[in-house]
Ligand binder design. Structure first.
Ligand code: P61
Length: 461
């Protein structure tokens, strides 16, 4: 066993800083109105503490920055590509690597290769870009996550689990040959950063093997999932994060990864698979849509920093412990003040239960969107809507999807903010919570057809 620190304190010190500035309330009121009450449309210059996302917002280490200088920019056969391939093989265990510009590039290729129009694609809750690419390829997404995942205040150690009865029912109803693969997300983002257990993943893999259905992981946050398995699942307390990540991947046929999260880089991603024939077809698509197969969507320096990030995320367990520890610190401060949020506290952020906080705003007036805007106005802290706006419209009925979860996500970038920043954030959330009766609903002034949450605009009702 490695020597453990006494608390979740960061296993690093700071050598470079980036100033951030506080603005006035008046300034923020104008900024959010100019942004159509959509936090995606704010300028980062107008943001104090940016919890929009943990995607691509990590601080790289000195070792990663050194790697940037050593990146091999050869068009073909870059050394950095081979470093990345070795890292993926060592840590995730997949032999075949298809490097993409980010996660959705990998999702695009996988969906186009495996899904035929009319196919059903089960998943443990949707993710916006993942479902978009499945539907874009003609597939029909089917949610097979356990019911508890849709209930914010219900405590369950593994809310990301696949409901095997739901999966079996789908197989019985449509037949295994209409299911090109199951997409299993580690530490389910839209459920609030909730893990699945190793036992559940093993059982899911077993069931799928029986029917010859490939298991494709979304391993974007596999490290955070591994941490929760180590903390919560019997038999894993003495296993390292690295060993647990490898075991997770062993129950799958491949994975898509957005490297902008666990992997500690600002851009990048990959598809990795076991099957050479599938990899060959993926590489044929890669050269059409991303770039040559030894860089795909990344520069040599990006691949070098990514290879190093993959090692760093599992080299010591202290990294995952500090990462999730900081998220839990913020979550516990909010729970202490009685603010409703998704429980247990997730791996990459806090998910405020906007439906419970703003019961006076009907779901078609977008309570989570309104709460996100109110928080920004209060303190310059930027979160993200994860509710009705994000869920979009049902392609068949054209109506809003009205998801059960109406949440505001405050995602914590890795290795970026301090404990005092978490205190300021908690103070602001509590302030807005105490004045929640003053928050009113919103209506669209512009609604994009696809992935509408990114660029939609609203006004106050
Ligand atoms: C995020 F508002 N996540 O959490 P790409 N799978 C998973 C992700 O979390 C993910 C992708 C695939 C983002 C960025 C983002 O609706 C949104 O590298 C589990 O972003 O292409 C990305 O990876 C896609 C924010 C994406 C969104 C879509 O903040």
């Amino acid at each position: 066993m490695e020597q453990r620190r006494r608390s979740w304190a960061e296993p690093y010190k700071i050598k470079m800083v980036e100033p951030i500035k506080m603005t006035t309330r008046e300034h923020r009121e104008k900024a959010i109105a100019d942004a159509g009450f959509n936090s995606f449309l704010l300028r980062s210059d107008d943001v104090y503490i940016d919890l929009l996302t943990d995607s691509g917002t990590s601080a790289m280490s000195d070792n990663q920055w050194a790697g940037m200088m050593l990146g091999d920019e050869a068009y073909a056969g870059s050394k950095s590509y081979y470093h990345l391939e070795e890292a993926v093989q060592e840590v995730y265990g997949y032999p075949e690597l298809i490097p993409t510009h980010q996660g959705r590039g990998a999702e695009h290729i996988l969906s186009q290769l495996l899904i035929k129009p009319g196919d059903y694609v089960p998943g443990n809750m949707y993710f916006t870009t993942t479902r978009f690419h499945q539907e874009h390829a003609g597939g029909i997404f089917v949610d097979v996550i356990i019911d508890e995942a849709h209930m914010p205040s219900v405590e369950h150690p593994f809310k990301g689990n696949v409901d095997l009865a739901k999966l079996q029912r789908l197989i019985d109803d449509v037949g295994a040959d209409q299911i090109p693969y199951i997409s299993v997300e580690t530490n389910v983002n839209m459920a609030g950063g909730q893990p699945l257990s190793m036992a559940n993943l093993r059982a899911t893999y077993g069931l799928c093997k029986k029917y010859d259905i490939p298991v494709m992981l979304d391993a974007t946050r596999a490290v955070e999932n591994a941490y929760f398995i180590q903390q919560r699942e019997g038999g894993y307390e003495d296993r390292s994060i690295k060993e647990i990540v490898a075991e997770i991947c062993s129950y799958s046929d491949g994975a898509t990864v957005s490297s902008k999260k666990d992997n500690l880089v600002n851009i990048g991603g990959f598809l990795a698979v076991r099957d050479l024939e599938l990899a060959t077809r993926a590489r044929a698509m890669l050269v059409q849509f991303e770039g040559l197969h030894t860089y795909g969507g990344m520069s040599g320096r990006d691949m070098e920093a990514l290879a190093r990030g993959i090692h760093e995320m599992v080299d010591t367990d202290d990294h995952a412990r500090a990462r999730v520890g900081q998220v839990e610190y913020l979550g516990n401060a909010l729970l202490k003040a009685g603010v409703p949020l998704v429980q247990p506290i997730g791996g990459h952020g806090i998910f405020l239960d906007a439906a419970a906080i703003l019961p006076h705003i009907p779901q078609d007036q977008f309570p989570a969107q309104a709460l996100t805007a109110a928080l920004y106005v209060d303190s310059g802290v930027r979160g993200m809507e994860r509710g009705n706006v994000s869920a979009g419209r049902n392609p068949e009925t054209g109506d809003h999807r009205y998801p059960k979860l109406e949440l505001v996500r405050m995602a914590i970038p890795r290795r970026v903010y301090t404990q005092a920043h978490m205190d300021v954030t908690a103070e602001s959330v509590v302030e807005v919570y105490e004045n929640r009766a003053r928050v009113g609903g919103l209506k669209f002034t512009y609604e994009p057809q696809e992935l509408r949450f990114f660029q939609a605009r609203f006004e106050k009702i």
